[in-house]
Design a protein around this ligand. Structure first.
Ligand SMILES: [Zn+2]
Length: 98
């Protein structure tokens, strides 16, 4: 396979040179080594972040959902301080420090 096509600048040199690594994938006719495959790395990074955020969101909903349900149940049964109950339920929600 061909060489990685990415130009890299080396500290201490004024000129950049072509990466010496072997290309492991080709995007639009240009070879990229493992380290310089930008699209895949960016995509993977983005996907991982998205997965994490999504997971976080769902687990939040899962946990908080139960708490909300409890709170609603108490309110529906005539809890005498529904506002405080709601505040308690919301207390540990991400981004809410009230
Ligand atoms: Zn490279």
């Amino acid at each position: 396979m061909e060489r990685c096509s990415v130009e890299v600048s080396t500290r201490g040199y004024w000129q950049s040179h072509q990466c010496a690594r072997k290309a492991v994938l080709t995007i639009e006719g240009k070879g990229y080594c493992k380290q310089h495959s930008p699209d895949r790395r960016a995509e993977e990074c983005k996907r991982q972040q998205l997965d994490y955020a999504q997971e976080r969101h769902f687990s939040d909903l899962k946990w908080q959902g139960e708490k909300f349900f409890e709170a609603l149940l108490k309110i529906s049964r005539g809890h005498n301080d529904p506002r405080q109950l709601a505040l308690d339920a919301l207390r540990n929600i991400t981004g809410d420090k009230g």
